[in-house]
Structure formats: structure tokens, C-alpha cells
Design a binder for this molecule. Sequence first.
Ligand code: IMP
Length: 431
Amino acid sequence: MPGTAVIGLQWGDEAKGKIVDLLTSQHDIVVRYQGGANAGHTVVVGDEVYKLSLLPSGVLTAGVTCVIAGGVVFNPAKAIEELDELESRNVEDCDNLKLSDRIHVIFPWHFAEDRALDSNTSDGENIGTTGRGIGPCYRDKVGRSHAVRLGDMYRSTFREQIEHITAAKNRVLASMFPDGDLQPLDAEEIFEQYSAFAERLKPYVADTTDYLLTAAESGKRILFEGAQGALLDVDHGTYPFVTSSNSSGVGISNGSGLPARYVNKVIGIVKAYSTRVGGGPFPTELDNEIGQRIRDQGNEYGTVTKRPRRCGWLDAVAVRYTTRLSGVDSICVMLLDVLSGLDELLICTAYELDGQQSTVFPSHVDDVRRVKPVFETLPGWQEDITKVRKLADLPANARAYLDRVSQLVGVPVEMVSVGPARDQTIPVSPG
Ligand code: IMP
């Protein structure tokens, strides 16, 4: 039974959506299992551009069931907005969507808490969250007493649950916004609004854990769609400058409810360079005109928040770490075309810390901040490669760059992407 996972190996925005989209038709089921509407993905089908932040991009493929599993935090208004948009554009497969009744639901208090708490890391640097209530919702999930799962919204106790939580949240929010910047939340209004959401979403709600276990046991082909990147993993990333879920390969089982043995292949997605949005250390960051050139060429502005992304050289120390952490079998190198026209390309092959060189990615954020990248310089290429469809037709220097990345990271390259369209993809045969 082929179970395949697609995992971002940097700080998100690696263009996972395109690879998921290409692989979707070879699978029966696509599963999103962590994160929420903080993940933006753009899928280009012919002349149509779809921007989704919560629904799996598999909703664009007929005959495939899309599952949002229990590990996701869920903004029902966003899901309905995306469903309405797809229906208005005649994407008919929304019928094949299943929403776990175990999903934790994002409420207005989560957005307010996200705003209030983002600036409170102990060293004063903001995490720079997407403001989508992700962290506060996960915090309530683990805290248990003020959490609502999608299945709760169909119970007779829902009104009482909302009244209880709203009262408690209003007390907390009053202390977070002492200047009265926030009006107290109205339990009745929230109950009415979320009851309407529940009604609209009812046809899609299911026990997806049981559904997925049964599907896996009967040999269905499942594609696991990771959100964000492994360096944002709450346990193994650049903590605290991370998201609140396990965005590396380690999150697949707990988020989906499927044992790890159902994942037979892990594909890591790597940009040909690095980007990061929000705060936190970024050893290979280019705060200069090359960084700006990459930002412009790669259109490196957030899908969700429109923030300009920080850009830098490829960091093979970081990617080797996340490749090992996620059990990656092969990588797809994305946006290679963005590097065309640069005379030289740098790859970080080691870090220097306190006079010592190492290829280990440090566990403490202060050390990630302090490392000096050790760079290797490779010659660039000038040709436009956006129309190349065969590996042999890439300029020799582009092939040499890919070979070196593969060697440093320790796994083969499986695909290379040279543009956003489905066909701007170069398959790479193993060996
Ligand atoms: P949060 O997930 O909104 O709590 O944001 C935490 C950190 O993760 C911030 O630095 C965000 O910019 C980053 N982040 C969250 N989602 C994404 C994503 O899909 N792509 C890139 N960065 C993300």
C-alpha cells in the first residue's frame, strides 16, 4: 500500500502545493494533518490560479477524497469561504471532503490572543505569527478546559460550552488588553455564528481516524500533505520561532491518527535557496541586493499574509537535519529558475560556532543565531530554464548545483521545478 508524505524541509513556502497537486491523481486520499489556515498554497491548473490556505489542494482533483484530520486547527469561516469560492468556480469535487470531528476549532478569542501574545517572547523578538489564531488554539487544545472540537458543535451542550468559555476568555482578554482596545466577546453572537457554520459544514464531518484506518488497512493509496516546513516544527525547529504543530515528518502519525508504518515514502520539498517569514534566526539570510533579486524573481511575498519573505542562500546543514528528522527518501528542488542569471551561487555546507566547524544543526535558538555559515561557491548559469523539461537540457552548472545539493543533503533529487505550472517540472530518474 503506497502511503506517501510531502514535507517542507525549510521554513515553509517551499511550493509543496505543486508537488502534492502532481501526486494527487496517483492517490485515493489526500490528508492534511497539522497546522491550519496559516499555510498558503497556490495551485495553477491551466490558466486558473487557486489560492487555498485550509482546504487540501487535492479538492481540485476529481475522484480523490480529501481529509482534514484531527491534528489540524480549523477556522470554519475560512473553510466555508474556500468551499464557496471553489463551488462558484465549478470545482465539483468538494463532495469528497471529510472533516474530522476531532479537529480543534478556532474562535474569535484565539485571534485576539494571537495579537496580544505574539510580542511576548522573552528576548523581545516577535515570533511574527500569521495572526490566524493557530498558537492560541493549539494552546487550548493541550489545556483542555477551554477547547472546542468540531464534533462538540453538534451536541446539545454546545451553547453551554460557548457561554462557559466566553466568560472565561473575556476575563483573560481584559487583562491582555487593559486599555480597553477589545470589546468583550458576546457568547450568544458566537453561538449563533458557529451554529450556522456547523450547519453548513455538517455534510463533511466524519470520524476520519476510523475512515483513514479502514482505508489504510484495505490498501488505499494515501498522500499526506504537510503544512509549513520542518524548521518550524514545535519540538524540533528553531523554537520558539516555530509554529505550534509538528510540521516535520514526525507529525504525520499524531496528526492523522495513522501509524507510521502506513507511510512508505517521504518526499522532502526544498527551495533552491532559503526563505523565512516572521521572526527567528536565519543563518544564510541575504540582507542585500541579491536577497532582493531573489525576492523579486521568486515573488517571495506571503500567500496568506502578503509579508515580504526574508531570502538567503540554500542552507544544506539545515536541510540535511530536516531530511534526517523527517525520514526523507528523496527531494524535489523547487524554484530553480529563480537562480538563473546569478554569476555565483553559494551553499552553506557547515556552521562555525565558537571557532569550531560543525554540520550539526544546533538545538538552541541562540546558537542558531550565533553560527557563521561556511559557504561553498558554485558557478551560476545565465540561461532561462523555465522551458526545460529534461534533466539533460539543463545547463551543466544547474545540474552540478543539483548534484551538490543532493550530495550534501544525503538523498537523491526526484524532481526539479522550473516554474509554477504543472508541466514546468523535470523528473529525475534515480541513479
Ligand atoms: P503561526 O503558525 O501563525 O503561529 O506562526 C508562527 C511562525 O510560523 C511565524 O514565523 C510564521 O511566519 C510561520 N509560519 C506559519 N505558517 C507558515 C507558512 O505556511 N509558511 C511560512 N511560514 C509560516
